[in-house]
Design a protein around this ligand. Structure first.
Ligand code: BGP
Length: 469
């Protein structure tokens, strides 16, 4: 048996992609409420109805039914996020919004009653809009204080209910999509590298502070970092392509290096020196950074290739970042290249580098599903393509476990269909549970179990043995 007895099998969602109820019970607006087309489109002045996230899958009202369905699959862990703007509607208030806090109390209570461990992302692409507009998001040092206050409130409130936390979802997204990644309102074309490194520094300080605080307030709790784990292969064995790969991977690993090792890597310091970048630090920042995370988590959907000269190759599509297309891999309907071995490689790479427990925070296949009638007169989706994707990736996790990598658990992304982050579509589905809501916003919001639902239930029940069946 390769999967450890206490392996955290489960799935993941994010508040802004599932909750809906975007103004209910005192919630303030978040950046997502004005991003109707995800990262691909522009922002709107006001929330507009075409923004599918405003209703999401109505998790805010249906969380109980949804969590019970996840429990039927035997989930051990449910990764979700708290919408910061439910707790602090503008982000900079002194006092939290009680109704927002009460909502997550109920969610965690249902999880606990179902024997599911909640794992909470503190900031999953949903910075309060006011912090983005009035402060330019994480470019402003004052966000560290607001975030600290938010953390203090939720750690205190949920200390008996939540053991696993993580700070910023895909923290490296800041580099490619500063608004979604770091709530930066200034258009990305106007930002310099210096600006982005400075915002990253503020996030690192905030993350370290949150970790320190968590350890003081809930000593048995664990804090993780979370990066978009898209590592590269060299396009050819040419030495210059290999060196290009090292550079590309550092763009990812830099974020993890600081949070997991507790200091800026020498390659970054050299880069700053060469480019004349100088980061403003306050006294005590460097000591604070030494409060490193307990575990490392990452999302993994694909690998990519890179080369010293990428222009001669065709470009691949990707999860916020993309590289050169790998001629040996198939791709999803959205052009994301499917590579289970890449997950094994990523796990080994991260573990070799940090020797800390790893958690796969997201993995899955976004696909178009067709609802069909089943024998009981209800509906289902025959999603064998999803089963194949997940099975191959879980077999890769098993290989990594056999190689000695310490993997804590696995969360299938969008375990119940949610609105997509990059394109804000509903037709891009990842779930074991189908939600009847269409691209034009129509639909009953009814939930239906897909074929993969039973498959995943068997996998969890047999602690992975069914993968070989
Ligand atoms: C990650 C995000 C998730 C998510 C997932 C799938 O980047 O952390 O929020 O949605 O990717 O991407 P998409 O929804 O664009 O298919």
């Amino acid at each position: 048996m390769s999967f450890p007895k206490d392996f955290l099998w489960g799935g993941a969602v994010a508040a802004n992609q599932c909750e809906g109820a975007y103004l209910e019970d005192g919630k303030g607006l978040s950046i997502q409420d004005v991003m109707p087309k995800g990262v691909m489109g522009s922002v709107t002045e006001e929330p507009v109805l075409e923004n599918l996230k405003l209703v999401g899958i109505d998790f805010y009202h249906r969380y109980e039914e949804d969590i019970r369905l996840l429990a039927q699959m035997g989930f051990k862990v449910f990764r979700m996020s708290i919408a910061w703007s439910r707790i602090f509607p503008n982000g900079d208030e002194e006092e939290p919004n009680e109704k927002g806090l009460a909502f997550y109390d109920k969610v965690f209570d249902v999880c606990r009653a179902c024997g599911i461990e909640p794992m909470v992302t503190l900031s999953h692409y949903e910075t309060p809009l006011h912090l983005a507009k009035a402060y330019d998001g994480w470019r402003d040092r004052r966000l560290v204080g607001f975030f600290e206050r938010y953390c203090r409130v939720v750690f205190d409130r949920y200390k008996d209910k939540v053991k696993y936390w993580m700070t910023f979802n895909e923290i490296n997204a800041l580099w490619h999509f500063p608004l979604m990644g770091a709530g930066i309102w200034t258009p990305k074309e106007q930002l310099s590298e210096q600006d982005k490194y400075q915002a990253a520094h503020h996030e690192f300080v905030a993350s370290a502070l949150a970790t320190k605080l968590l350890h003081e307030m809930i000593p048995e709790a664990k804090m993780g970092c979370m990066v978009l784990g898209a590592l590269s292969y060299p396009m050819t064995p040419k030495p210059e392509d290999m060196l290009a790969m090292v550079q590309a991977d550092r763009k990812v690993m830099f974020f993890c290096d600081v949070q997991a090792r507790g200091y800026y890597p020498s390659y970054t310091k050299k880069e700053w020196e060469k480019k004349g970048i100088s980061i403003q630090m306050e006294p005590g920042d460097e000591e604070l950074l030494r409060h490193t995370v307990d575990y490392i988590s990452f999302s993994y959907y694909m690998s990519k290739c890179t080369a010293a000269d990428c222009s001669q190759y065709s470009k691949g599509a990707g999860n916020l970042t993309s590289g050169v297309k790998n001629p040996y891999l198939k791709e999803s309907e959205w052009g994301w290249q499917i590579d289970p071995d890449g997950l094994r490689y990523t796990l080994n790479y991260f573990y070799d580098r940090y020797q800390k427990p790893l958690f796969i925070a997201e993995n899955g296949l976004g696909a178009m599903d067709t609802l069909v009638e089943n024998e009981e007169g209800s509906f289902t989706v025959m999603d064998d393509y999803r089963i194949e994707y997940l099975k191959n990736h879980l077999l890769a996790v098993e290989e990594a476990l056999e190689e000695g990598v310490d993997v804590m658990g696995y969360a299938a992304w969008g375990c119940i269909d949610v609105v997509s982050a990059s394109t804000a579509q509903l037709k891009k589905r990842y779930g074991f549970i189908y939600v009847d809501r269409n691209e034009d916003g129509s639909g009953t919001l009814e939930r239906y179990k897909k074929k993969s639902f039973d498959w995943y239930r068997r996998v969890i029940e047999t602690n992975g043995e069914a993968l070989h069946g």
